[in-house]
Design a protein around this ligand. Structure first.
Ligand code: AMP
Ligand code: ZN
Length: 470
């Protein structure tokens, strides 16, 4: 039984999808006015872990991650650079996909862009107006009247008392202190330059919140299973998404809301002005693989704040290297008839697997899950050192780690790939030495060329042949 924490009810709930064994999941994606910072990447790693966990448990996942390619910040920056917004956003969208791939984040099924869905947003706003919750302000923009949606505040648990009747806010981002009617459609003004759409609602552009209501329902239906984002999205963004969607459809918009806590840097908010602002590009300069960052993120519970330090990243890097080395050692275990097969060890392997999975079923408790794997690693190493690890058991442990890596996403199989490549190189070199001893120079040259094609350079020394990668 899978239980996840629902932000709306503030409790762990049993996962009950609308359709058996299928999950529709919407994820608030990037606003592409800059490169993603490592805080954003924490959100995407959490969502990937969730997606992989569901898939491992046999669910067919349809994930939609939007790309906000129009908003106040984008317009301001593109106008300043004097280029059209799609030209301005293109490199950031490309970089975003590159970042996901370096972190081994599985691609979502859909990446809808806001600018490609204006008609859907206009239709949704019309439904909201028809339902009596949308009205035009004196600036020509269309606002959502939160008084028309009595359940407003259900997700973020805000109190509406003290709110000034009819107070309006045009900015997309604001805090709980300024809860107010919010913009569905922003009428064009000079600051927008030539960024606008001529629609049945007039000349203008959509508000940020309507984007996600319109695009999620287009791809996942009026009611779907899971909606995710970072905690900063809870209010006002997700609260407003609920109000818009449920006013238009009269149905429950989302069944389960899941939010990741923030990443802090040196215990402070990450900010360019504080000099503690990192993107993924900065990390290789510091000598780390992006997978170390992935490990750091998934091994910390998604609902806990995470304080990023280079020391923590270093420790994560060491752990992954340790796992790779462990798998390589397992691969080297020889078949030896003198080592008896201990059936008790089968039980330990099975217990580790079940323990790992049951911890994840409990709201993705990864540190609990990893403890089972590391205990198994310790036990296996003990047997290795004592020289009584049976080859079949070494294979079973290896296969378990590779199987669970479908959730971890640490590319553990790569450890073996490079190992088998090294084995192949050593074998070819030995064969070449033999050919040379036999004075079969044609064969020896053939092998040298073959290795050259593989990017391997040979160096013949008095102690034998050494090799290096080109
Ligand atoms: P944005 O591009 O700002 O719309 O953010 C994209 C995603 O990153 C959203 O789900 C945010 O909630 C999330 N996010 C933003 N800042 C952080 C942070 N410091 N830690 C974790 N997640 C964050
Ligand atoms: Zn969103």
């Amino acid at each position: 039984m899978i239980r996840y924490y629902n932000t709306e009810t503030r409790a762990k709930e049993e996962l009950e999808p609308i359709e058996p064994k299928k999950i529709g999941m919407y994820t608030c994606g990037p606003t592409v006015y800059d490169y993603a910072h490592i805080g954003n990447l924490r959100a995407y790693c959490f969502e990937d872990l969730l997606r992989r966990h569901l898939k491992y448990c046999g669910y067919e996942v349809t994930q939609v991650m939007n790309i906000t390619d129009i908003d106040d910040k984008i317009i301001r920056a593109a106008n300043k650079a004097g280029i059209p917004i799609d030209e301005f956003t293109a490199p950031y969208i490309e970089a975003f996909h590159r970042d996901l791939s370096s972190l081994n984040i599985e691609p979502a099924e859909f990446y809808p862009r806001a600018t490609g869905h204006i008609p859907e947003m206009v239709d949704l706003i019309k439904l909201i107006i028809d339902a009596g919750a949308g009205y035009r302000g004196d600036d020509g923009s269309i606002y959502f009247s939160i008084a028309a949606f009595p359940k407003y505040g259900r997700l973020s648990h805000i109190k509406l008392e003290g709110q000034k009747a009819g107070a309006r806010i045009k900015h997309d981002e604001y805090d709980k202190e300024s809860v107010a009617d919010f913009a569905l459609w922003k009428a064009w003004d000079e600051q927008d330059g030539d960024v606008y759409w001529e629609t049945a609602l007039g000349k203008g552009r959509p508000g940020w919140h309507i984007e996600c209501s319109a695009m999620s329902m287009k791809y996942l239906g009026e009611s779907f299973d899971i909606h995710t984002g970072g905690v900063d999205n809870i209010f006002p963004h997700h609260e407003n998404e609920i109000a818009q969607a449920e006013t238009a459809t009269g149905r429950t918009f989302v069944r389960l809301w899941m939010h990741n806590e923030h990443l802090l840097v040196d215990n402070r908010k990450m900010a360019k002005s504080l000099g503690n602002f990192y993107t993924l590009k900065d990390l290789p300069n510091k000598g780390f693989s992006p997978l170390a960052l992935r490990y750091l993120y998934i091994s910390t519970h998604y609902r806990s704040k995470l304080n990023f330090t280079l020391e923590a990243l270093q420790a994560a890097d060491k752990t992954i290297t340790g796992l790779y080395d462990f798998l390589k050692r397992l691969e080297e275990v020889k078949d030896n008839p003198d080592i008896s097969y201990d059936p008790e060890f089968d039980n330990m392997i099975e217990k580790a697997k079940q323990g790992f999975l049951s911890e994840l079923d409990d709201d993705l408790n990864m540190s609990g899950a990893l403890a089972y794997l590391f205990d198994l690693e310790t036990e296996t190493n003990k047997r290795l050192e004592a020289g009584n690890l049976n080859r079949r058991h070494a294979e079973k442990v290896r296969d378990l780690f590779l199987d669970l890596d479908r959730i971890l996403g640490l590319k553990l199989a790569d450890a073996l790939k490079s190992q088998s490549l090294e084995d192949e190189i050593e074998k070819l070199i030995a064969e070449r030495e033999q050919a040379r001893k036999n004075k079969d120079f044609a064969r020896s040259d053939e092998i040298r060329d073959r290795l050259k094609e593989m990017g391997i350079i040979l160096e013949d020394t008095s102690q034998g042949t050494r090799w290096k990668k080109r």
